[in-house]
Design a protein around this ligand. Structure first.
Ligand code: ATP
Ligand code: MG
Length: 187
């Protein structure tokens, strides 16, 4: 049996940071949820928050978009604002590249104190955007801009550039028992 801790951790050598880079990756549920939970904390501090959603599918993730917009979050979804006429894969690629352009401009602009790059990892896995460019943008960010990146198989360069990296481990998921995504819980 464990015992409750009696000593507070020694923080005497710790310093404060103006901003942080966070990553939620891995196979388990909770990556995007963690990013949006952090958005609530940032909003509570009166910070400007932006979300760039790298892959948009109709009817999916509507819950967080609706509430974030209501709370004043600037929301950018891949594919908004322009059309593309070619096959589906090329369309996804073009949208992801445009989403990265949007994200990189937001980072440079420094007008948001938290920027969430939701599902950005896949655009790197499929070599649509270069992880080295993403890592460079993270390193060169304005000093008070925190960035939260989500998605499975996050590129090593990004993990290396981050301050806090959490690997979600899938111990059990309702989907494996045949239960489909649940409104109010999963989206
Ligand atoms: P969430 O948005 O719930 O935090 P996530 O961001 O960690 O999940 P994604 O890979 O973005 O995970 O998947 C989004 C959707 O897939 C969610 O509905 C989520 O419940 C579901 N999902 C996440 N992990 C798993 C898993 N291991 N098996 C099946 N479905 C999953
Ligand atoms: Mg997600």
């Amino acid at each position: 049996m464990g015992k409750p801790p009696t000593q507070t951790p020694d923080k005497s050598t710790h310093t404060t940071a103006e901003s942080l880079v966070l990553v939620a990756t891995g196979e388990g549920k909770g990556k995007s949820t963690a990013a949006f939970g952090t958005a609530l904390r940032s909003l509570a501090q009166g910070w400007n928050v932006a979300v760039v959603q790298f892959f948009k599918s109709d009817g999916w993730h509507v819950g967080e978009e609706k509430m974030c917009r209501q709370l004043g979050v600037d929301w950018f979804a891949a594919g908004d604002g322009f059309t593309w006429d070619s096959d589906d894969l090329e369309e996804s690629k073009a949208k992801a590249i445009a989403a990265w352009q949007c994200a990189s401009n937001l980072i440079k602009a420094g007008e948001h104190r938290l920027i969430i790059l939701d599902e950005v990892s896949y655009a790197m896995t499929w070599q649509w955007i270069d992880p080295a460019d993403v890592a460079a943008a993270l390193k060169k960010r304005p000093s008070n801009v925190s960035i939260f990146l989500t998605g499975r198989d996050m590129a090593g360069e990004v993990i290396e550039a981050a301050d806090t990296v959490t690997e979600m481990k899938n111990s059990k998921h309702a989907f494996d028992a045949g239960i489909i995504a649940k409104k109010g819980i999963d989206f």
